[in-house]
Design a protein around this ligand. Structure first.
Ligand code: PEP
Ligand code: MN
Length: 351
């Protein structure tokens, strides 16, 4: 299994988008969704085998019986699997299949579970407890290891009862900006109703969250749990495009404000840049293909010059300046693909 780290995931996925059904219900269901979601570019699937439910008589999840389906879809679709862990004894069964572990709201203060996760190397999504303070949430994260945790704000219980829970953006912002923790938003459990999911997702990203986790089901009305809040892949596709646009806008200019309400004097370190030389043979759409690679990895370009060549080896060459250090994972991943598209791919300079 590929070893992934929390920071590795966060660097490549901007914003981090996780999707999948509330629960795995059958082999056919999870295969169907794995295909639809990977086709739309989703890299991390929520794959819940166990469901902690308030009502004992409701669907409790397929449990370990579904593990073989996860192995199958992981192999076939090359996706990362995120699975909620409800019992530390299940951890060993998830080795080699689950890439990202997950602690649900009801287990945020299950300290024996948190300690067991502290011994595991995998990244962990830690949902905020139903009435947990930020301090309790962070202290729970410490049990696992702050460097491995992605916090998930999923709505808390307050006096406001218009929706299932109240999205505490204030709390999410404090965790992110005062404590430098990555925070994602779960609009599905917050809303409890599918029609409100998009707006809460947009609000979370606009506030500065690092990503979202959304419940997606190809037949929400037939879902065995949380039917009222799951959305179809078609709706989800629409949400993703807006979430990406809002995220870009939100990160266009980062400035900090000091306690007196003025711009902070702290200046950000200069953006590293890498100058590339690419040479290609002429064909329709080659430049578009090259530019798509940069945009897929969310890499900004600050310069692009093309030249027709006098040599016989290639038709065109480009000098492209990218706003990234040459060893940044997004650029190294982009270069891997560019090497296949171009005859020559060289790093000319880094500044
Ligand atoms: C879930 O994400 O599947 C879930 C049960 O949510 P929560 O733990 O936030 O209630
Ligand atoms: Mn759910």
């Amino acid at each position: 299994m590929r070893t992934i780290t929390r920071d590795g995931i966060l660097k490549q996925a901007r914003p981090l988008i996780i999707a999948g059904p509330c629960a795995i219900e059958s082999r056919a269901q999870i295969r169907h969704l794995a295909k639809e979601l990977t086709d739309m570019g989703i890299k991390i699937l929520r794959c819940q085998l166990w469901k902690p439910r308030t009502d004992r008589d409701s669907f409790q999840g397929v449990g370990l019986a579904g593990l073989k389906w996860l192995k199958e879809i992981k192999k076939e679709f090359g996706i990362l699997i995120a699975t909620e862990i409800v019992d530390k004894d299940h951890l060993k069964h998830l080795n080699g299949t689950t890439d990202i572990l997950w602690v649900g709201a009801r287990n945020m203060q299950n300290y024996e579970l948190l300690k067991a996760l502290g011994k595991d190397k995998r990244p962990v999504i830690l949902k905020r407890g139903l009435i947990a303070t930020i301090d309790e949430w962070l202290k729970a994260a410490k049990y696992i290891g702050l460097g491995k945790v992605i916090l998930c704000e999923r709505g808390i219980r307050t006096g406001a009862d218009a929706m299932r829970f109240t999205l505490d953006l204030n709390g999410a912002l404090v965790a992110k900006y005062d404590h430098s923790m990555p925070v994602i938003i779960d609009p599905s459990h917050t809303a409890g109703r599918s029609d409100m999911v998009p707006y809460l997702a947009y609000a979370g990203i606009a506030a500065g969250a690092d990503g979202i986790v959304v419940e997606v089901h190809h037949e929400p009305h037939k879902a065995l749990c949380d039917a009222s809040q799951q959305i179809t892949p078609v709706v989800f596709q629409e949400i993703i495009s807006k979430v990406n646009a809002i995220y870009k806008l939100r990160h266009q200019k980062e400035f900090t404000i000091n306690h007196f309400g003025a711009p902070s004097k702290k200046t950000k370190s200069a953006q590293p840049k890498t100058l590339l030389f690419l040479a290609v043979t002429n064909r329709v759409g080659i430049l578009k293909d090259i530019l798509t690679v940069f945009s897929d990895f969310d890499l900004n370009l600050s310069k692009l010059e093309s030249q027709s060549t006098k040599t016989k080896e290639w038709d065109y060459s480009f000098e492209i300046e990218v706003e990234s250090a040459s060893n940044e994972s997004r650029l190294t991943a982009a270069l891997k693909i560019l090497r296949k598209l171009c005859l020559v791919t060289k790093i000319l300079k880094e500044s």
